[in-house]
Write a protein that binds this ligand. Structure first.
Ligand SMILES: *[C@@H]1O[C@H](CO)[C@@H](O)[C@H](O)[C@H]1NC(C)=O
Length: 206
């Protein structure tokens, strides 16, 4: 068993134990799921994801294709329930559009040169990450094109590239070769990834 497949199982089992610790038959449930589970890239459960790269924040607007009763959070902030990094839309029914905005200097946002990146997880169950959940790697690249002179506003719309890559909701996911096909980018501060776009580009058996 590879290292990368071991961790998600432990993670899932830990979450399951956490939510079901007071119930019986606990062991059976854990092993049933633990032996079969992979998360994989998911082309269901969402309709579109828009990233808007602000001067000091990322704003993400998501639309789901069905009523959504889960949680949305930046990877690593699942336990951070009340921060800007975690959105629990609450008990209302019938909601399908959501937005979350987090500062570039919070929520485990990574900075490399002038590129900021983070991963947003769309988790359909409030406690468990499951197959069918999706994650989106978000990038805002504020590096100026070479022909723009020094004084241009660093976060001017024209100097930003925004990018979304569908990724694996599995917390130990490592980049794989599907990345390019599952990426959409725009040389503006805003980009939209749709389910249709991905379905057209990725093989049917993802
Ligand atoms: C790219 O940005 C422009 C301007 O904001 C927008 O009209 C267009 O829809 C964007 N394209 C994508 C693929 O998001």
């Amino acid at each position: 068993m590879s290292r990368s497949r071991l961790f998600p199982k432990l993670f899932i089992v830990a979450l399951i134990s956490h939510s079901y610790s007071s119930e019986e038959n606990n062991g059976i449930f854990q092993s049933d799921i633990g032996d079969q589970m992979t998360i994989g890239l998911s082309d269901t459960g969402y309709k579109s994801v828009q990233l808007k790269c602000g001067s000091n924040s990322m704003l993400v607007a998501l639309e789901t294709d069905e009523d959504f009763d889960g949680v949305i959070y930046t990877r690593g902030n699942f336990h951070d329930k009340t921060s800007a990094c975690f959105l629990d839309p609450g008990p209302q029914r019938g909601q399908r559009s959501f937005s979350i905005k987090f500062p570039l200097d919070q929520c485990n946002t990574k900075k490399k040169g002038e590129t900021y990146s983070n991963t947003l997880v769309l988790q359909h169950d409030k406690e468990l990450i499951m197959p069918g959940d999706a994650a989106f790697h978000l990038e805002c690249d504020y590096s100026k094109p070479r022909d723009v002179t020094v004084n241009a506003n660093l976060h001017n719309e024209k100097s930003v590239t925004s990018r979304i890559t569908l990724t694996d909701a599995d917390p130990s996911f490592k980049k794989n070769k599907r990345d390019k096909r599952s990426t959409i980018e725009n040389k503006t501060d805003s980009v939209v990834l749709t389910q249709e776009f991905l379905r057209g580009r990725m093989s049917p058996n993802i």
